[in-house]
Design a protein. Sequence first.
Length: 310
Amino acid sequence: MKPHVLVAYPLRPRFMDELEVRYTLHRLDRDGPGMLDTAGPLCTAMVVNGHVTVDRALLDRLPALRLAACSSAGFDLMDLAEMTRRGITLTNTSDALVDEVANMAVLLALAARRQLVRADAYVRSGAWGECGMFPLTPSTVGKRTGIVGLGNIGQAIARRCEALGHRIGYFGRSRKPVDYDFFPDLTALAGWADILIVATPGGPETEGLISAPVIEALGPEGTLVNVARGTVVDEDALVAALRDGRLGSAGLDVYLNEPRPDPAFAALPNAVLYPHHASGTEETRDRMAQLTLDNLAAFFAGLPLPTPVN
Ligand code: DGY
């Protein structure tokens, strides 16, 4: 008999087909919570995603659950402490998206400083011919990059910025065995850096970390890049600083209100905006889905899980 698996959030179609072959699927995503009355007690594993709230109310309806295989890296809406208390292991897919997100962080940093989007519009609109040379921009050469959160993604970003010839500093909970400058004080890192790249997890621990004083310290020549979560940045302070020129530029992949970010961002010519899509390539999303399947397969085979979180 095939094991029962709850689908709280679907995988890409090809991987859903694979799931169908291996498991008896119960589609919470499609059929709604009423199905939990019968399916909830049967499911020992669940396929989920960072967009799903996993709280006590849901967990109460899944008494047999032992594995939550999350197809994203982030799990901000999940009560991890409660899952751990109930003996439920969470797995995620950050290993599969590290390089893609790191590439996007660098792309946003370079695009924001060199005003790529504005310059593109300048060429397309004919303004180049009408008005002449595009204004000079801040440089990306010989700069200092500060990384907030030197986890796997932060380290991948640091390696890329090293290759650009940047000096690297970082802020995090603890000093790491790396050759970069450690700043125990985030405002001091922002004051030191030309480019500040945020790569921490989201959640209450990092909420508002990039505060008004941090943004102020980065300053009018500085660039802020956020590939973490919107909650990490004080968005009102960010918008005001970009508008008043107290911050030079920003490259953002994430926002407080997704998918409808503060409309004030759209009016800021010094911000390059991406729709929370840093990991959004065919190849990386396939790798993330495959890792989700691999975690499920290991769980049902009684093998060590490839990427446990707790
Ligand atoms: C993740 O996997 O958490 C990325 O932010 C995409 O949602």
